[in-house]
Ligand binder design. Sequence first.
Ligand code: KG4
Ligand code: ZN
Length: 336
Amino acid sequence: MKDIYTLGIESSCDETAASVVKNGREVLSNIISSQIDIHTLYGGVVPEIASRKHIERINQVVDKAISESGISEKELDAVGVTYGPGLVGPLLIGVSFAKAYSYALRLPLIPVNHIEGHICANYIEDKELEPPFMCLIVSGGHTHLIRVLDYGEYEILGRTMDDAAGEAFDKIARVIGLGYPGGPKIDKAAADGDPDAVIFPRAHGKDEYDFSFSGLKSAVLNYLNSCEMKGEKISVPDTAASFQKAVVDVLTGNAARALDKYGDKCFAIAGGVASNSSLRSEMEKICVERGVKFCRPSPILCTDNGAMIASAAYYRFLKGERADLSLNAIPDLKLA
Ligand code: KG4
Ligand code: ZN
């Protein structure tokens, strides 16, 4: 069978990224231009600034992805682009670019759901992985526990009722003075802390596998306020470790119950928070105890990147899915 080369373009938040992937699994190039330094000044992503930076960088990022791939743009078979969910301005830059690029090269345009992209990072990491499997997607904007029934077919078991897991990490990092982006900073600080120093609540959502993190966020804020009123100095490592443990307990608790109920033989994690060291090790333990295969993408494939979009585009391409030039950004696009 002829090899299929897909270009993946990602611009849903604060990373301008592009990648060329062969047959959905082999990364030939993976260029990521992060805007973290700029948004750090504001303590979070400023959508208008993100849009402008995507415009400035997208041409160079795509050119570099092609030149580093070792193939020419004429050898591409399709252009995949994230069209949602995400920030509308940033999404529109990627979508507009991909439309013009695919039109100029007479290539099929494949619309890709960003959350599906995160799941597909696992196909790149583990070349043997095939559906069905269970997957926990935890990022700055999403927290979903799902079953991947087939390529592109999902059953949602649970989702967050309020904040996403990554959003909670980012907010708590800000209030304990660690800054943006919070996830990696809490992960690092927690390594020197006692996860049982403060017992924060473990809340669950309305349905069996749903999540909720807003109560935990308030509990951390109340703890910080009461320490301040009593004139007690907080330990940043202990607070970070205790908060992280509460998040990881809820995520892994739901995952373990779902595995016991559905009996899936493989479990994958995806999204930026999937690079969290404690989540990776706790989830691995749960899988080992149950004889379940555990898949986790390397950290660079967990956070936003173009390779995961190129992989998702490959499977949509095989199914014959194509977008035309009326493709628009859908900020609240659902997975299923
Ligand atoms: O998937 P991603 O790059 O973007 C979205 O689609 O949202 O995820 C970014 C999120 C941020 O909230 C960031 O703080 C979090 O992932 N994150 C982490 C870690 N690395 C990134 N959270 C916990 N521990 C980490 N090591
Ligand atoms: Zn993402």
